[in-house]
Every structure is written in C-alpha cells, then in structure tokens.
Design a protein. Structure first.
Lengths: 115, 112
C-alpha cells in the first residue's frame, strides 16, 4: 500500500536560514509525489510535483524537492526562509487506483519562521 | 479565473441535525473530490466523482455520509444525524482528468 511519513510534526527556523521538511514514502509503483502548503484557514496550494521526470523538482516561492529512490525520500527544501513561509506543509502521494488522483496525505509539518 | 468555491465557510450545528456542504468546482473540471481534515491531521479522502457518478466512495466513514453531483458540476456533501466526531474541515478539490487537484478553502463544521 502507498503511504507517506512526514518525519517532523514541527520545524522552527529563523528568517533567512535554510528550510528542510522531511518526507519518506512507501509505494509498490513508481510514485507520483507532491508537496502542498496550507496557510491558516485557507485551502491547500500545490508547491511542486514529481512524476518520474527530473529527480530535482523546482516549485513555487523558491521551494524545491529531490526524489531519492534509494532512500525512498522526497524532502522539501528552501535556501532562505521568509516570514510568509510559516504554514502547514503536506507531503502527498498519488494512489494508483483506477487511473485517477486519489491523494494520500502525510500528517503534516508545521513550519514556524522567527525574525 | 475563479477557483474552487465552498459554502458555507463555517457551519455550527447541534448533534443529530442534518447538514449540507456545497462545492463549486473550477469550470470544466470533470473530476471532483471530497476530503475531511480533522484537527492536527492531514486530509483524508472521502469520495471521488468523475462527471455525475461517484467512481469511488470508499472513504465515506459510514452511511450517514452521502454526496451527489447531479449535473456534473456542483457537488453537495450531506451528513445525516450528525455526531460530535464529524467536526472537521471538509475540503473539496477539482481537476481535469489526472492533472493536479485544486482545493477550495474548506468548510469548517462544528457539531455541538
């Protein structure tokens, strides 16, 4: 069965320092993986997606993620955190079921950014 | 253009009551999904529509939950005999075929 595990429930960084949010996946197939961000009382916004093309995926707002099959990981990074990055981040796996996008979400990582 | 719209944004009701939550997908999106997000957790899949039909309702927790999409556009999630455990944010998403899903802001449901 497909699943994702987000290794940190909370991450706290200072503004201007790097961000690392960790995600491991489990899949019987070549996975389709996503990172979504959720700001308070807002819906989910797609940051980036991996669909078996380049292993380093660039997303919006300076975020990127690297797919590492040997480590079954898809960690999200950003070189320099901004106050506006404070939000909940979800690592997401697309379940291959009937050819449609059934998404399986991790439990989320809450990112706090301090001045 | 307009995104996915969900109404109401907040709903407070008493245990045992019936509620309806509405989702207006992005125009032209054939696929529509409902998810439930409980406090401190990631969203969990409830049901998927392709056009008017529910192609997968395996995530609905029990028979008190039902969803329709009669004309292949707007969808309504219906909950009968609500329980306090139904309190959550209900998210709707739409997409074109296998493209990434676009989410609405959700309906925060509180059962007293």
């Amino acid at each position: 069965a497909q699943s994702v595990t987000q290794l940190d429930s909370h991450v706290s960084v200072s503004e201007g320092t790097p961000v690392l949010l960790r995600c491991n996946y489990s899949s019987s197939y070549s996975p389709s993986l996503f990172w979504y961000v959720q700001h308070p009382n807002k819906g989910l916004q797609l940051l980036l997606k991996y669909t078996s093309a380049a292993t380093l995926v660039k997303g919006i707002n300076g975020f990127e993620a690297e797919f590492k099959k040997s480590e079954t990981s898809f960690h999200l990074t950003k070189p320099s955190a901004h106050m506006s990055d404070a939000a909940e981040y979800f690592c997401v796996h697309r379940a291959h079921s009937g050819g449609y996008n059934k998404l399986i979400f991790g439990a989320g990582t809450r990112l706090a950014v301090h001045p | 253009g307009a995104g996915v719209s969900q109404t109401p944004s907040n709903k407070v009701t008493e245990k045992g009551k019936y509620v309806e939550l509405r989702c207006d997908p992005i125009s032209g999106h054939t696929a529509l999904y409902w998810y439930r997000q409980s406090l401190g957790q990631g969203p969990e899949f409830l049901i998927y529509f392709q056009g008017t039909g529910a192609a997968d309702d395996s995530g609905l927790p029990n028979d008190r939950f039902f969803a329709v999409r009669p004309e292949g556009s707007v969808s309504t999630l219906k909950i009968q005999r609500t329980e306090r455990g139904d309190s959550a944010v209900y998210l709707c998403a739409s997409s074109l075929s296998n493209q990434p899903q676009h989410f609405g802001d959700g309906t925060r449901l509180s059962i007293l």
